[in-house]
Design a protein around this ligand. Structure first.
Ligand code: SF4
Length: 756
C-alpha cells in the first residue's frame, strides 16, 4: 500500500459540492486553504461560516503520520482505544532515533542495536493495527510522506511539527501531539481553531544562486518566528508556479519556523510532474480532474488584500541568497551583507562544517544542484575547506543519487554521507562525544530548518546558520561564512583565482527515480493475532494502564505540589534532551516532571516542600511521596502555562504521578486540552490576583466538585498552614463531553467504552 487512491478519489468526489456550499455561505470567492478546510469538516457539508482565528472546528483529516520518538506514546495510547484497526490511513516512520557519527551503514547498524526494542515495538503495533511501517533507514517522515502519500487538496496531521512539509503538494498538513493523533486514528474528530490566512505573492522567477529556501528565509525575516501563529500561509503567483514541487515543500517545511499552523500552494503542473515521477499517475489523473478545487478562486489571487488577513509580496527576480542565524531562524542576512554582519556581531568566519540534506532540503533537485558545485572542486583544482556532510531524506532519493553518480561526487570531495534519518538536524550528531556542553565557539552552516542553540550538536557555543544546499556547499568549499559566490573568487591549489559557476541541477531525475528496498513494511490484512510484546523490565517502553477516574472525595485535602513562577512551558514540565530516550516509558519519563519549573517560594527549580515531612526535595520525588499516601495534589501556575510543544507527556506525567488539578492564570490551549483528555482538572483563576494568595503549605478543598458542569465555575477552599482560609473561584472551559472524560478517567477511557 503506497497510498490509498480510493480515499483520494472520495475526497475529490465530495469536494466540489462542499466547496460550492462554503462559497455560498461565505459569500465570497475562496482561498485554497478555505476550500481544503471546508471540505474536511467532521460534519460533512458546510452549514455555517467559521470566524477565522476564533471558532473551534471539528475536522476529519485524511491521513496520520507519526515519527518514532512521538509514535511510542501515541501508539501506547491507541492500544487502549479498543479498535481493531486505525480508522484512517496511518504510517509510522523510524527516523529520529538514528545517531549520525561515522557514516550511513555503521550508524544505522548501531541504531538498530541500541533502539531495536523501540523499533520492534513500533513495527509490531503497526502490524497489528493496520499501520504502514517505514523501518530505520527508509527515510525522514516528511520526505517519505511527500514521495508517497501527500496529495493536492488533502488534509493530514502528523506527530511532528514539520508535517507542514506536505503543503508542497498542495495539502493542509499540520503537526499535532500524540493525543490528537490517537483521536483521529480512533475515528474521532480533530479540533482546530479556524486559522487566519496569510497570502504570499511570489512574482518573478528563481534563477542563478537563489533557491526556494531563500524564499522562506526571507518570509522568516518578514514575519519573524511568531508572525505566522494561528495562520495558514498560502503561496501564489507566477513565482510559485515556476517553482518545483519539492522546492515548494522546502518553503512549507520551514513555515513551522514562523509559527504558522501550516503553509500550502495551489495545484499546478510541478505537482503533476512530481506525482507522475513518484509513480502516482492515478493520483495525478484524479487531481487533474479536480483541479478547479485545488487552487483558490481566480479573484482571490487577483485581489489578495481583500481575501487574506495579511499579504506579503516577494520578487524572486531580485531575491538574494540568504543565511539565517545564528540561534534563531528569522535573523536573515543577505549573502552580500554577511561580511559586514559577521564583523559587527563577531561571528567566527571560519566555517567548520557544512551540512546539507534533512527533510527540508534533500530533493533530487537540491542534491543535483549541490553536486554540480562539488564537482567543480576537482575541475577547478580546489580543496574543500570545511567538513561536508549529506543527509538524504529517503532511501529512494539516496538510491537514485547514488545511481546518478552524485554520491561519488560527494565522496570525491571527502564528504560523509549519513543515514537517511534526522541525525544532525535533531541533535543526534555525535560531534563531540561527551564534551558537547563545553564545545568550542565555532560556526557551521546547514540546509536544515532550525538553528536554536545546541540543536545540531549539543554545543551551546556552535553558531549555526541556515541556507540553501547550494549556498551551504559553496561556503563549505570556501570555508568562509562571508563567501559570496556571486561576486567572490577563490584561490585554487595552483594559486590561481577561480570562480564557482552557478549551480545547475534537475527538477526530477532524467532517468526517473529508482530504489531497491524503499524500507516499507505493509501491515497484515488481519492483525488480530499479532502479539505486541513489551518486556516488563524495559526501561524505554511500558504498557499503559488506563487512568482511574479522580473521585470527588479525593479532591478534599489536596496538597500544593508547586506554585510555578513565570514561564512554564512543556519543556519545563517534561524536558526533552536525554529524556527523549524515555518517551515510551511513562513511569521513567515521569521522573522529569516539572523539574524545569521555578518554585515561586524560593525561585529554585526542582526544589519544593514536602508538606508531610517539611523537607525540601525534587518535584517528582515529592509527588511520589504524596501518591504513596493516597494524597492528590495541585499545580499552580502563571500565564500561558504549557506553551511550546503539543506533547501529551506534559499532561500524562503529572496525571500518572497523582496530580489532580492545574490552576493557572491562563493556559496554552493545546496543553489545556491535553489535561482534559487525560482526565485532569485544568482551571484558571477567575481573579488573577488570587495567585498571590497561594502559600507553600496550602491544602485545597474542591467544595462543589460534585456539581461540576459546563459554564459553572468551581469553588475552591484554600486552607493555609495557620488554619486561615481563602475562597477562590476557578473558571473552566469543559463542555459536557469533556466533563465526561474527567468522570471516566480520560478521553481514551470514553473511546474504549464506546467501542466495547
Ligand atoms: Fe524534524 Fe529535522 Fe527530522 Fe526533519 S530532519 S523531521 S526537521 S528532526
Amino acid at each position: 500500500m503506497a497510498f490509498d487512491i480510493d480515499m483520494i478519489k472520495q475526497v475529490y468526489a465530495t469536494m466540489g459540492e462542499r466547496v460550492g456550499k462554503a462559497r455560498e455561505l461565505v459569500g465570497n470567492p475562496l482561498t485554497l486553504s478555505e476550500k481544503i478546510l471546508y471540505s474536511h469538516l467532521w460534519d460533512g457539508n458546510p452549514d455555517k461560516v467559521f470566524v477565522r482565528g476564533k471558532d473551534y472546528v471539528d475536522f476529519a483529516p485524511d491521513r496520520v503520520a507519526c515519527q518514532d520518538a512521538t509514535a511510542q506514546m501515541a501508539l501506547l495510547q491507541f492500544m487502549h482505544a479498543g479498535k481493531p484497526k486505525v480508522a484512517v490511513p496511518t504510517t509510522v516512520h523510524c527516523d529520529h532515533l538514528i545517531q549520525a557519527k561515522v557514516g550511513a551503514s555503521a550508524d544505522l547498524k548501531r541504531a538498530n542495536e541500541t533502539s531495536n526494542e523501540v523499533f520492534d515495538f513500533l513495527e509490531s503495533v503497526s502490524n497489528k493495527y493496520g499501520i504502514g511501517f517505514w523501518k530505520p533507514g527508509a527515510g525522514i517522515i516528511h520526505q517519505v510522506v511527500l514521495e508517497n502519500y501527500a496529495f493536492p487538496g488533502g488534509m493530514m496531521i502528523g506527530t511532528d511539527s514539520h508535517t507542514v512539509n506536505a503543503g508542497g503538494l498542495g495539502m493542509v498538513a499540520i503537526g499535532v501531539g500524540g493525543a490528537d493523533a490517537v483521536d483521529v486514528m480512533a475515528g474521532m474528530p480533530w479540533e482546530l481553531k479556524f486559522p487566519k490566512l496569510i497570502g504570499v505573492k511570489l512574482t518573478g522567477k528563481l534563477s542563478g544562486w537563489t533557491a526556494p529556501k531563500d524564499v522562506i528565509l526571507k518570509v522568516a525575516d518578514i514575519l519573524t518566528v511568531k508572525g505566522g501563529t494561528g495562520a495558514i500561509v498560502e503561496y501564489f503567483g507566477e513565482g510559485a508556479i515556476s517553482m518545483s514541487c519539492t522546492g515548494k515543500g522546502t518553503i512549507c517545511n520551514m513555515g513551522a519556523e514562523v509559527g504558522a499552523t501550516t503553509s500550502t500552494f495551489g495545484y499546478d503542473e510541478s505537482m503533476d510532474r512530481y506525482l507522475r515521477a513518484t509513480d502516482r499517475e492515478d493520483v495525478a489523473d484524479a487531481a487533474l480532474s479536480a483541479k478547479e478545487h485545488l487552487t483558490a478562486d481566480p479573484e482571490v489571487y487577483e485581489n489578495p488584500e481583500k481575501y487574506f488577513d495579511q499579504v506579503i509580496e516577494i520578487d524572486l527576480d531580485t531575491l538574494e541568497p540568504h543565511l539565517n542565524g545564528p540561534f534563531t531562524p528569522d535573523l536573515a542576512t543577505p549573502i552580500s551583507k554577511m561580511s559586514e554582519a559577521a564583523k559587527e556581531n563577531d561571528w567566527p568566519l571560519n566555517v567548520q562544517v557544512g551540512l546539507i540534506g534533512s527533510c527540508t532540503n534533500s530533493s533530487y533537485e537540491d542534491i543535483s544542484r549541490a553536486a554540480s558545485l562539488a564537482k567543480q572542486v576537482s575541475e577547478k583544482n580546489l580543496k574543500m575547506k570545511s567538513q561536508f556532510t549529506i543527509t538524504p531524506g529517503s532511501e529512494q532519493v539516496r538510491y537514485t543519487i547514488e545511481r546518478d553518480g552524485f554520491i561519488d561526487t560527494f565522496n570525491n570531495v571527502g564528504a560523509t554521507v549519513f543515514a537517511n534519518a534526522c541525525g544532525p538536524c535533531i541533535g543526534m550528531w555525535d560531534r563531540y562525544g561527551d564534551n558537547a556542553a563545553n564545545g568550542p565557539r565555532n560556526t557551521i552552516v546547514h540546509s536544515f530548518n532550525r538553528n536554536f542553540a545546541k540543536r545540531a550538536d549539543g554545543n551551546p557555543n556552535t553558531l549555526a546558520f541556515v541556507g540553501s544546499p547550494e549556498l551551504v556547499t559553496a561556503i563549505a568549499i570556501s570555508g568562509r561564512l562571508d563567501f559570496n559566490p556571486l561576486t567572490d573568487k577563490l584561490i585554487n591549489e595552483d594559486g590561481e583565482e577561480v570562480v564557482l559557476d552557478e549551480p545547475r541541477g534537475y527538477e526530477l531525475p532524467p532517468e526517473g527515480f529508482a530504489v531497491e528496498d524503499a524500507g516499507y513494511v505493509a501491515p497484515m490484512e488481519d492483525g488480530s493475532g499479532v502479539q505486541v510484546v513489551v518486556s516488563g523490565t524495559s526501561e524505554r517502553l511500558q504498557l499503559l494502564d488506563p487512568f482511574v477516574p479522580i473521585q470527588p472525595e479525593e479532591l478534599q485535602g489536596v496538597k500544593l505540589l508547586i506554585k510555578a513562577f513565570g514561564k512554564c512551558t512543556t519543556d519545563h514540565i517534561s524536558m526533552a534532551g536525554p529524556w527523549l530516550r524515555y518517551r515510551g516509558h511513562l513511569d521513567n519519563i515521569a521522573n522529569n516532571t516539572l523539574i524545569g519549573a521555578v518554585n515561586a517560594f524560593n525561585k529554585k527549580t526542582n526544589f519544593v516542600k514536602n508538606q508531610l515531612t517539611g523537607e525540601y526535595g525534587g518535584v517528582p520525588d515529592t509527588q511520589r511521596a504524596y501518591k504513596a499516601k493516597g494524597i492528590r495534589s495541585i499545580v499552580v501556575g502563571d500565564h500561558n502555562y504549557g506553551e511550546g510543544s503539543s506533547r501529551e507527556h506534559a499532561a500524562m506525567q503529572p496525571r500518572h504521578l497523582g496530580v489532580a488539578a492545574v490552576l493557572v492564570k491562563s493556559f496554552a490551549r493545546i496543553h489545556e486540552t491535553n489535561l482534559k483528555k487525560q482526565g485532569m482538572l485544568g482551571l484558571t483563576f477567575a481573579n488573577e490576583a488570587d495567585y498571590d494568595l497561594i502559600q507553600e503549605d496550602d491544602t485545597f478543598n474542591f467544595v462543589d466538585i460534585a456539581s461540576f458542569s459546563p459554564g459553572k465555575p468551581l469553588t475552591l477552599e484554600v486552607v493555609h498552614a495557620d488554619g486561615s482560609k481563602d475562597t477562590i473561584i476557578a473558571n473552566h472551559t469543559y463542555n459536557a463531553s469533556q466533563i465526561n472524560w474527567f468522570k471516566e478517567g480520560s478521553a481514551l477511557n470514553v473511546i474504549k467504552k464506546e467501542n466495547a
